[in-house]
Design a protein around this ligand. Structure first.
Ligand code: FES
Length: 653
């Protein structure tokens, strides 16, 4: 007689199994996603399935009553204590007795987290470094005098195939009372490094632990620190928060922080302490917001530029300020969080920092690579992570190049006369009518243009306070399109442009975007100095991209991806009018949002991704802008708007 046929839905996977095979065993053998936390002991209920009965012509089977075994004592005990939904069975207890069709409901499927990127979504199977294991430990007896820890290791080996395990004294001290409180059943959180080696015992709870396990994905930028609190079982983002990097008081950009460390003995330590303090504040605010016990926070993944990387680790970044820009280490780093003074996490939480690509291209660029996958792209992608420093990647499945370019803080509204960070009241969008030269704009926090009759009333709460990075880019590009600027970036006078909005300012001119002085508000102008600051920033960005294109031997790219929080707000059209990015059809310019943060989440949720990026960074060719003479040539030519020599045919379409 042939063995019964088992068909799983929705996967459609099928196979024949001997009578008496547990459904969970059949699912595992067929590769069906069916969860199990307790290892098939009838405790966790993660393995719930729904058998279907009757005729299934589509599948060619008839399922009779009795296709699954009757409830056994374990399943009955679960039903009596906690109850199962009608029609549900425990897959680890029900055994196969005849042909059967079995549905695996979504909550019983091994979790896949879909992480969204620019134009696609990447499904990440949840396989974090720290996971929960429910285990039954043998009780001690007089004849086999082994320690409780050794019997826990034996149980983990026998029930979960865990090899060796190590434990800190702090968790070892909890072991005996926890085992006895749980009546020799405990749940442990184990951290298993993707490089192998013994597992680390992070935490232990009596009985079945059902309060979850969490991790942080942190993008440590020079201006802002952004963090996601993620559920390590489902991959869901439970809470997100960000704060200003307190190192700003030591210098706005990276090089001024390196200078601070050079000029002030102990300055690097001051900056290290400042950022670690902020990280603890951020972790605490996230666990407070999510109402999670901080001891459940067992992992943190960091992505950051090389200077932030060194300052987080407590390494003086002075070598990063001078050629040949040597990193103390470019490899990925795994370490206990306590070594970084991160006290707002579990006392035995582990930290993973992605590898750096080179002295000026850090773990943040590695994270963008992990998220955007230029190394798997068929077409040639230019990926620009715009911040105080721009990280630039150019590549496809054949080759990937990377560089960083010192754009400075102008794109973030700094060094601009009326500049401010993106906050309510900041001008973020600008249009200038070519015929009248009159502007209209939008401010953050008010959902209408400034020429709307209701605007003045709507803007009273925030006021009109200044202009942020995306606003100044649009303003300069619009001024060029309206003929207020010549290609060299010079603002015309009132006579030359025909508008009284162009006012003299010393020996140059400025354009009045908003005059609120009659009501005690600010006079917001775009000055010649502002135009020069934007020209310097955009020239640095374009020159970096062109340098990589030279190195690749191409004069055009297939698509451009703008990453970073700021990249998400740049208008592709205005970026191209300014000549920030090479000429490309506008529909080929995508925004990736915080791609570095997405890369950190991927590495938090899946340890294979850690191995993947560690290999990929070795295949990326680094181009050093600081010592490359062609960078200067490209920089000078890119000073014109959009460019002195490079054509921009897409702009005239
Ligand atoms: Fe835990 Fe079935 S696997 S109850």
């Amino acid at each position: 007689m042939t063995d019964p046929l088992v068909i799983f839905t929705p996967s459609g996977k099928r196979g024949r199994f001997p009578v008496g095979t547990p459904v969970l065993t059949a699912a595992r053998q067929l590769g069906v996603d069916l969860d199990s936390v307790c290892g098939g002991r009838g405790i966790c209920s993660k393995c719930q399935i729904t058998p279907s009965y009757g005729d299934f012509p589509k599948h060619g089977v008839t399922v009779a009553d009795g296709a699954l075994s009757d409830w056994n004592a374990v399943e009955q005990r679960y039903q009596d204590k906690r109850g199962l939904k009608p029609g549900r069975r425990l897959g680890c207890q029900a055994t196969i007795q005849g042909d059967v069709v079995i549905d695996v409901p979504p909550e019983s499927q091994v979790h896949k987290q879909v992480i969204r990127k620019a134009a696609t979504a990447r499904a990440i199977t949840m396989d974090p470094a720290t996971r929960l294991f429910f285990v039954e430990v043998a009780q001690p007896d007089m004849h086999t005098p082994t320690g409780d820890f050794e019997r826990l290791k034996r149980a983990l080996h026998d029930q979960w195939q865990i090899g060796d395990m190590r434990a800190d004294l702090s968790v070892l001290a909890k072991l005996q009372p926890t085992l006895r409180k749980g009546n020799w059943q405990v749940t442990v959180a184990l951290h298993q490094d993707h490089h192998g080696g013994p597992a680390r015992l992070i935490e232990i709870w009596p009985g079945l632990h059902e309060n979850g396990l969490y991790g942080l994905a942190i993008d440590l930028g020079s201006t802002t620190i952004a963090a996601h609190l993620c559920d390590l079982q489902t991959g869901d983002v439970i809470a997100s928060s960000g704060l200003m990097n307190p190192q700003i008081r030591f210098g706005e950009d990276l090089m001024s922080r390196v200078s601070y460390a050079m000029m002030n003995p102990g300055g690097d330590r001051e900056m290290t302490n400042a950022v670690r303090g902020a990280l603890n504040d951020l972790a605490k605010s996230l666990t407070d917001e999510a109402q999670i016990d901080p001891s459940l926070l067992v992992e943190a993944v960091f992505v950051c530029n090389p200077v932030m990387h060194h300052l987080l680790l407590g390494i003086d970044p002075v070598e990063l300020g001078q050629a040949p820009f040597a990193l103390a280490t470019s490899d990925s780093i795994s370490m206990p969080a306590t070594q970084l003074d991160l006290s707002a996490l579990n006392a035995r939480a582990q930290v993973y920092i992605l590898p750096c690509i080179a002295g000026h291209v850090g773990a943040d660029a590695a994270a963008v690579t992990l998220s955007e996958e230029p190394n798997k792209s068929k077409d040639l992608a230019l990926i620009v992570d715009v911040g105080t420093n721009a990280e630039i990647l150019l590549g496809n499945e054949t080759r990937v190049l990377a560089c960083s370019s010192p754009t400075g803080p102008a794109f973030e509204g700094a060094q601009i006369s009326s500049g401010q960070r993106a906050a309510p009241g900041a001008i973020e969008r600008v249009e200038i009518a070519p015929a009248t030269k009159e502007p209209r704009f939008r401010i953050i926090g008010v959902d209408m243009w400034s020429d709307d009759p209701a605007f003045a009333q709507a803007a009273t709460a925030t006021g009109i306070t200044g202009i942020c990075g995306s606003g100044i880019i649009e303003a300069v590009a619009e001024m060029r399109m309206a003929g207020l600027l010549d290609p060299s970036g010079l603002i015309g006078s009132a006579e030359q442009t025909g508008t009284p909005r162009c006012i003299p300012q010393g020996r140059t001119n400025a354009y009045v975007l908003w005059d609120g002085t009659a009501d005690g508000g600010p006079l917001i102008t775009v000055t010649q100095g502002d135009i020069r600051a934007i020209q310097l920033a955009k020239s640095a960005l374009y020159a970096g991209a062109r340098l990589l294109m030279d190195e690749m031997g191409v004069d055009k790219v297939d698509r451009v991806v703008l990453a970073g929080a700021f990249g998400a707000h740049i208008s592709p059209k205005h970026a191209m009018v300014l000549g920030m990015i090479p000429d490309v059809p506008l529909d080929k310019v995508q925004s990736a949002g915080n791609a570095a943060g997405t890369g950190a989440r991927i590495a938090l949720c899946n340890i294979a991704a850690r191995s993947e990026i560690e290999q990929t960074v070795h295949q990326i060719t680094k181009v050093e802008t600081a010592i490359e003479p062609r960078f200067q040539e490209h920089f000078v030519a890119a000073n014109a708007i959009p460019h002195a020599t490079d054509p921009f045919p897409e702009l005239s379409k």
